[in-house]
Each structure stands twice: as structure tokens, then as C-alpha cells.
Design a protein around this ligand. Sequence first.
Ligand SMILES: C[S@@+](CC[C@H](N)C(=O)[O-])C[C@H]1O[C@@H](n2cnc3c(N)ncnc32)[C@H](O)[C@@H]1O
Length: 182
Amino acid sequence: MEYTGALALLRAGLGKPGKHLADLSDWASIGAICESSHWLARRMKNAISDATLPVLELGAGYGSVTRVLPPSTVSIERDTKRFDALRVAFPDRTILDGCAMPVLAQLNTPTVVISSIPSINNPEFGRLSAAIARGHKTGMIAELITYTYFPHDPFAGIFPNSKMAGLELLNIPPAFVWRYSC
Ligand SMILES: C[S@@+](CC[C@H](N)C(=O)[O-])C[C@H]1O[C@@H](n2cnc3c(N)ncnc32)[C@H](O)[C@@H]1O
């Protein structure tokens, strides 16, 4: 089985230390050591309970989660380098560049939101959380799935149903998957 996450990166990094050191400092600025593993991505996707609803992905990065989501998924990434890479990797997908928050405010149908936007060390997280709460109140966010590297519930108190849907050990670092629904 091919590992498309951290181990592949570290293996590649051994050959090109300069390049990957630069990339690592880049990753630090977005709240993760490296892209999510294939296993974490699958766990996020499998947490979706209503496959008939449209899917909106926030913070697609280089597409490790995007890859396993339905082709009709709309993905958002505001970092230009990552957005450009996504457009090349997924030419048939709808990829939006820019901030996720205004897009959440424009939802006009009940949607499943898959978010990889960090909740820790992210000064904007309060605004994201408020945008999610508004989306839930208007009925436009039917389900929300996210992950954290610590066992803390990032969107506690917003949705009537909130639970830790699993712990994925095959990820660096291991990650908790959270699922919220009405
Ligand atoms: C931790 S990375 C996750 C990348 C990938 N989805 C994964 O799981 O490996 C978070 C991504 O969210 C993006 N991001 C952070 N805040 C954002 C926002 N407000 N709107 C859109 N993208 C955002 C960052 O640029 C970064 O690529």
C-alpha cells in the first residue's frame, strides 16, 4: 500500500535536505508538520454520514484529503502555492482560492463541511468557529468533520451532536477525527 503522507515526505527529504527544510518551515506556518496521511484522509471521508449532500472542503493544502473526497467536492485553499498545485493535480475539480469564511457565509443548501484548518495556534480560529456556528444556525452546515492533534473538541457547544469519531495512529502526528451534526 502506498503511503502518501509523512513517511513519503521524510524519505524524499533525506535526499533533498535543503528543499525539505524550507518546506518544513512553510508547514509550521500553516499549523501542521506535514500533509495528512492517506489513512487520516480516509477516516475523514468515512465519517461522512449522508453521502447525498454536497461536500465543501476547507484548507485543502496539497490535496491529501481532497483526493479521497467525491469528485463533486468544492475545495478551498487560500495559499497561492498550494492552490496552484491543487489546480494542476485536480484539473476537473472545483477549487476556490481565497478565505473559507466568506464561502461559508454564502452556502445556500445543506452541506457537509470537511475542515483541515487548524484550531490550535491559529489566531483566526475564533472567526472560523463563529462562521461555522452561523452556518449551523441557518441549517446550511448539516455536518462538519475535522481533525486535531490533541484530544480537545474544537467546535464544542455548536452542534447538538458532537463526538470524537476516531483516532488515526497512522499519521504524523496521530490525529483525532471529530464529527458534528444536527
Ligand atoms: C494543516 S493544512 C491541511 C492541508 C491538508 N488538507 C491536510 O489535511 O494535510 C491547513 C491548510 O488550510 C489553509 N487555510 C488556513 N486558513 C484558511 C482559510 N481561512 N481559508 C482557506 N484556507 C485556509 C492553509 O493554507 C493550509 O494549506
